[in-house]
Design a protein around this ligand. Structure first.
Ligand SMILES: [Zn+2]
Length: 189
């Protein structure tokens, strides 16, 4: 018998049963072949291992473990429920405040035209004066804006002028900060 055939028999790779002659030939070969002896031993160990694994009851999940898991699950769902209830109560508490703020804002906005209408009816002269003053203020602002625009255009065209304007601005800010500083005690005064 060759090693190849012996290994096939030893590792149960061949289909069918061994005849008496084959069995004898295999035993004879294994007795003289150290390689096949090792294969046989290994195969026997593997067989034994498979048998014990097959017969031994699998490490199953015990009832206690299931109960613990169920309790944990219940605890988690209870916590989630608590959080949900807390959020709900918070929303419930916030609702009147939000409604009050919304109502107040709405009333304020709605009362402005009414107030203006009332002033127009009661104090017509005042409104006219106010509008005139408002107009002149707007005119002044427009003129100022035009001058400002012209100045900015001029300054941005000339880099030297821009630098000068920036320098003056810095100086003025420094002076302003110095003036705004709280008065310090004068020594000896
Ligand atoms: Zn052999």
């Amino acid at each position: 018998m060759h090693c190849r055939d012996a290994k096939q028999w030893l590792t149960h790779q061949t289909g069918g049963d061994m005849s008496a002659e084959e069995r004898a030939a295999l035993q004879e070969h294994v007795q003289h072949c150290s390689v096949c002896q090792a294969v046989k031993q290994h195969q026997q160990q593997m067989d034994a291992l498979l048998r014990t694994t097959a017969t031994r009851p699998r490490p199953s999940v015990s009832t206690e473990q299931i109960m613990v898991a169920v309790q944990r699950q219940q605890r988690i769902s209870r916590q989630l429920e608590d959080i949900r209830v807390q959020q709900k109560s918070r929303v419930e508490r916030m609702r009147p405040i939000g409604t009050a703020i919304a109502a107040l804002g709405f009333f304020t906005l709605a009362s402005i035209p009414l107030l203006l209408l009332a002033i127009t009816i009661i104090q017509t002269d005042l409104v006219v004066q106010a509008l005139t003053a408002f107009n002149s203020v707007i005119d002044f602002l427009l003129v100022l804006a035009q001058y400002l625009q012209a100045g900015i255009t001029l300054a941005t065209r000339n880099s030297w002028l821009l630098s000068g304007v920036a320098f003056v601005a810095v100086i003025m800010m420094g002076l302003w900060l110095r003036l705004m500083r709280p008065p310090q005690e004068i020594p000896g005064g």
